[in-house]
Design a protein around this ligand. Structure first.
Ligand code: SAM
Length: 175
């Protein structure tokens, strides 16, 4: 079980990024995303995509993300450019995840220090500044060793048929 927690959400500025954290979590193999209450529209978009393209994938909201981190029953990974290189800790995280649920935390603006303290691992995807969407994608792909790319989706309304050129989206019965 992998849950992604998106800390913070600045209306206006973070709108697309928060949506993309949710969509990336879903597409790349997490089971659930938790967004700030203020990100209601973004949560609805991710739910809508799950309804159309399949699941299972849960979307939840929280007013108290720090409490969620504190009370999480499992291991906590915080993605930050200041953390230990992902390539050095991925084996340990994968091993722990075989037994325990994982909470993967990504920020928006400045992340409070207590998040660094509560995390079992602070993990950098490079130690260069970039994006929560990019770091989440690379981290999940490392965690699942690419297996998430072959995932089957349950109960989709629409299925994309891969094409060399052009777009083909069909009803699942036509596939
Ligand atoms: N400047 C903020 C800080 O000091 O916490 C971070 C802002 S950054 C635009 C937003 C989020 O992207 C971070 O909280 C982190 O989760 C993620 N991020 C950015 N670069 C990263 C990196 N190199 N490795 C892992 N995560 C990264």
């Amino acid at each position: 079980q992998v849950t992604v927690l998106r800390l913070g959400h600045r209306p206006g500025r973070d709108e697309r990024m928060t949506t993309h954290v949710g969509l990336t979590a879903r597409a790349l193999g997490a089971d659930k995303v938790v967004l700030a209450n203020a990100a209601r529209n973004q949560a609805d978009t991710v739910i809508d995509i799950t309804d159309r393209f399949g699941g299972p994938f849960d979307v939840a909201s929280t007013e108290e993300p720090k409490r969620l981190i504190r009370d999480f029953e499992g291991r906590v990974v915080h993605l930050t450019m200041y953390g230990e290189p992902v390539q050095e800790i991925e084996d340990d995280v994968r091993e722990a995840h075989a037994d325990d649920p994982l909470l993967v935390v990504v920020g928006a603006e400045k992340v409070p220090f207590e998040v660094y303290e509560h995390a079992d691992w602070n993990v950098g995807v490079t130690n260069q500044p970039h994006s929560e969407v990019a770091s989440l994608a690379v981290f999940l792909d490392r965690l699942f060793e690419g297996r998430e790319l072959d995932r089957e989706w349950e109960n989709p309304d629409r299925v994309v048929v891969p094409q060399e050129t052009g777009k083909r989206v069909v009803d699942p019965d036509e596939k």
